[in-house]
Design a protein around this ligand. Sequence first.
Ligand code: TYC
Length: 109
Amino acid sequence: MSRTLTPDRTHKTAQDATEPQLQPPPMYRVLLLNDDFTPMDFVVDILIRHFQKTPAEATEIMWRVHRSGKGLCGIYPREIAESKVVAVTHASRAHGYPLRCVMERDQGA
Ligand code: TYC
């Protein structure tokens, strides 16, 4: 048996009962919404650049958004999701397109 200074976490102590349990950070779904004006190629490029999708994945997501109205780009901790929304919105407006990128709390599996 190894000797270690780390407490054996298999045995609960009285202190453990009063400590708050650590939770994984809340995660956020980043979505693209459809519109009638943003070019398909631009949406595919956004998905490749900002969400690290392959061209095939990006094309599949773009068609899903086009056909169903919205599509999932990725699931991230809050600050990363926020920065994706800002970056995509900024890039879209800089090109004069109305593409909308939004985030929503992920309810988990
Ligand atoms: N509907 C757009 C078109 O026909 C393409 C498009 C796809 C726009 C996905 C936005 O999130 C979007 N040019």
